[in-house]
Design a protein around this ligand. Sequence first.
Ligand code: HEC
Length: 210
Amino acid sequence: MSDQNTTNHDELLDHDFDGIREYDNPLPGWWVWLFIGTIIFCVPYVMWYHLGKGDSIHEAYDADLVAYQEALIAQFGDLTGDEATIIEKMNDAGAMAAMAGSFKAKCARCHKADGSGIVGPNLTDEYWLNVKNVEDIYTILTEGLVSKGMPAWSNEFTDTQRVLLSSYVAKMRETPLAGKEPQGEAIAPWPTLEELSADDTGTGDAGEGS
Ligand code: HEC
């Protein structure tokens, strides 16, 4: 069973694989203690992170993301939901990037992440049910169309966030997508910033003589 030259520490097992034989040595002490250490470590780890109230890596990430978006939005100060502000912010790439996350999180379940519509209308086409000009988007976000299934968002988003979200929605018209069938009436394009400043002295009825 055992070889002539083995000590009892180096005991040869009595099988061989194509001539390769192996000793039955104990694992090194450091390795065994490391192994036992990981088992001991996992008990409080599981209790704290999985059963207790330690932040998971996902929760920490979400909290960081919210803090980051708040900081991003804070730089815009207090915005008002007028036509010029909404149109101007459509060209602010940073603001639009910040709003993409909010739209995905809160609006996509009814309007789809790309805005092309599910139960809520397609926001990328020329056809609108309740919108004639761009401020109407802000009013709808603030008050909702509650009886028609569109919630109000004044509790979830600050005024400034609703202004930026209105810009984000308005910008979707720049890339029309085939999605939910057209609903409502085709409306005129949003005025450009140049048209709005040329129209400053007028009644605010922009869009003519462009
Ligand atoms: C629970 C579903 C739901 C969610 C969530 C939702 N909407 Fe709506 N939304 C609707 C429905 C339904 C309508 C159409 C109301 C009607 O028939 O007049 C609508 C209409 C609108 C309109 C007017 C469209 C038009 O043609 O007049 C805008 C703008 C809009 N939603 C933006 C948003 C934004 C931005 C969010 C996220 C903050 C959002 N919606 C979240 C269901 C939803």
